[in-house]
Design a protein around this ligand. Structure first.
Ligand code: EPZ
Length: 418
C-alpha cells in the first residue's frame, strides 16, 4: 500500500488543472445503460471510482472504449444480470445502476452497497422513488430485487430529503416511465444539473434543472450522444484550501466560480483573496488564517465534501471556528488523525469546535475515507517536519495525481510504494 511523505512549510505557488467531477461522472456512466446507442463522455477524471463504475457497467455487458479524447460507452448488448457484493461494496455509487437497468429491462438485481466510513448511507430514498414509479422492490440476501414487468409509470415523486443520489435515480427511471414524472424536493447540486444535461443530450426531455422541481417527459427516444462532464468543484475547493493553508497562491484552472460561491465566501472570511484568472479562479492566502463558523448544507450551501479540508485550515487559524456537519452522521473521522498533528478540536455530536494552533507538527497518520485523507494532506503541508500518510488508496478514489499537482506548486511531497 502506498504512502505519502510530506514535509510541510513550503508556500505553494502555481496553477492546478481541475479535472472533471467524479460525482458528475459516476451517474453519467450509469445513465449510459439506459440507451442502446453510444454515449461518449469526455473530461472523466482518471480516478479509481470512475474505473470501478466503468468496470461495473461492463460486467452488465456494456462495451467501454477509453482513449485520450474520451470514453465511449455502448450499452446495446447490456443484460440486467447481477454484479456481486465484492465489486459493489467498494463504492456506494454503484446503487446508481439500479434505476437504468430496471427502467430499461423491467427488472434488476443489485447488491445493497455496504456502509462506509462516513455513515450508514442507506438507499431507502432510491427504493421509495422506484416504488412510486410502479416498481415492486424486495431485499433478499443482501440484494435489491426490483421488478416493473409492465414498465414504470410516470408519477408525482416527492423526495423525503434533498438526496443527490436519489434525485439521480429518479431522473434516470423517469426517462423511461410512461407519461410525465414530477420530482419534488430534488437536489440542486451542479452534478445533478450536469446529469440532466447529459440525459437531454441523449434524447430525454427534462425541465427544471437546478431547481427543487424537475419535470421529466418519459418514454424517451434515445440517440447517440456526447457529453463533457463539469469541472470538479470539490477538487477545486481542496486546492483553494491548499493555497490558504500554506499562505500561497494557486490558479484553479477550469474551475467554475458559479459552482463555488458558498465555498469562496468562507474562504474570503478566512482571509483569502479570490479573483477570476485567465484560465480559472485564483485563490491567494495571506499570513494567519482567520477563524470561521460554517455549516454544511445541500447546494448551494457549503458542501459536506469540503468540510474536512476547511477544518484543516481552521486548525491553524487565529482563533476558534465552529463547524456543523448536517449531511452525514459520522463525518468527523478525520479529527482523531488531525489531533496527531497537534490540532485542538472538540466534538459535540454534529458540531466541531476547532481552536486554531500557531503551528502543527508532522507525524504518521492514517487515511479513513476520501475527503478525510486529503484533509490530512492539507494539514501536513502546513505542519513542521515530515508527515507520513498511510492508505492513500482512499485518495486515488477521487483525486487525480494529487501528489504531482501539489509538487508542481512547490510542495515537498513524495508518493512511496511499499
Ligand atoms: C453524493 O452522495 C456524493 N457522492 C457525496 O460525495 C456527497 O457527499 C453527497 O452526495 C452529498 O452532497 C456522489 O455523488 C457519488 P445523498 P449520496 O443521497 O448521493 C441520506 C464524495 O466524497 N440518504 O445526498 O450518497 C445519506 O445517508 C462523496 O465525493 C438516506 O438516508 O448522498 C446522507 O445522510 C461522499 N437515504 C444524506 O441523505 C437514501 O436513500 C445525503 O445523502 C439516500 C441518502
Amino acid at each position: 500500500m502506498d504512502e505519502l511523505h510530506i514535509t510541510g512549510g513550503t508556500r505553494l505557488d502555481g496553477a492546478v488543472p481541475i479535472a472533471g467531477a467524479k460525482n458528475a461522472a459516476l451517474p453519467q456512466i450509469a445513465a449510459a445503460l439506459l440507451s442502446p446507442h453510444p454515449l461518449e463522455l469526455t473530461n472523466l477524471p482518471k480516478v479509481s471510482d470512475v474505473d470501478n463504475m466503468l468496470r461495473i457497467i461492463s460486467l452488465y455487458g456494456a462495451e467501454v472504449q477509453r482513449n485520450a479524447g474520451g470514453t465511449v460507452i455502448n450499452a446495446q448488448n447490456v443484460t440486467p444480470g447481477e454484479v456481486d457484493y465484492e465489486t459493489v461494496r467498494k463504492m456506494r455509487a454503484s446503487i446508481l445502476v439500479l434505476a437504468p437497468l430496471l427502467a430499461r429491462f423491467g427488472s434488476a438485481r443489485v447488491s445493497l452497497p455496504g456502509g462506509c466510513a462516513i455513515g450508514a448511507r442507506p438507499v431507502d430514498m432510491h427504493l421509495k422513488v422506484l416504488s412510486a414509479l410502479g416498481a415492486t422492490i424486495a431485499v433478499e440476501g443482501g440484494y435489491i430485487v426490483a421488478n416493473a414487468s409492465d414498465g414504470l409509470k410516470g408519477a408525482r415523486v416527492v423526495l423525503p430529503g434533498p438526496s443527490v443520489g436519489a434525485s439521480e435515480t429518479a431522473l434516470m427511471a423517469a426517462c423511461c416511465a410512461t407519461g410525465e414524472t414530477e420530482i419534488l424536493n430534488a437536489a440542486r447540486e451542479p452534478e445533478v444539473v450536469d446529469l440532466v444535461a447529459c440525459l437531454v443530450s441523449m434524447g430525454a426531455e427534462i425541465e427544471g434543472a437546478g431547481t427543487h422541481r424537475l419535470l421529466v417527459k418519459g418514454s424517451t427516444t434515445w440517440r447517440a450522444a456526447s457529453h463533457h462532464a463539469i469541472a470538479d468543484r470539490v477538487e477545486a475547493g481542496t486546492y483553494a484550501a491548499a493555497a490558504m493553508i500554506t499562505g500561497g497562491r494557486i490558479e484553479l484552472v477550469n474551475a467554475r466560480m458559479e459552482h463555488l460561491s458558498s465555498v469562496l465566501q468562507v474562504l474570503e472570511s478566512m482571509g483569502a483573496t479570490v479573483w477570476p484568472g485567465d484560465r480559472g479562479v485564483v485563490v491567494e492566502g495571506h499570513g494567519r488564517i482567520k477563524p470561521a463558523d460554517f455549516t454544511t448544507e445541500p447546494y448551494p450551501g457549503f458542501p459536506t465534501d469540503l468540510q474536512a479540508q476547511f477544518m484543516a485550515m481552521a486548525s491553524i487559524a487565529e482563533g476558534a471556528s465552529v463547524i456543523r456537519e448536517t449531511i452525514f452522521e459520522n463525518r468527523f473521522m478525520h479529527v482523531p488523525e488531525l489531533s496527531r498533528l497537534g490540532t485542538n478540536i472538540a466534538l459535540n455530536g454534529s458540531v466541531a469546535t476547532v481552536r486554531g494552533q500557531p503551528s502543527l507538527k508532522g507525524a504518521p497518520v492514517m487515511a479513513t475515507d476520501l475527503r478525510a485523507s486529503v484533509c490530512l494532506v492539507l494539514a501536513a503541508l502546513a505542519a513542521q517536519g515530515e508527515t507520513i500518510i498511510k492508505r492513500v488508496y482512499h485518495l486515488d478514489r477521487g483525486y487525480e495525481q494529487l501528489d504531482r499537482k501539489l509538487a508542481q506548486c512547490g510542495a515537498n511531497i513524495r508518493r512511496v510504494s511499499l
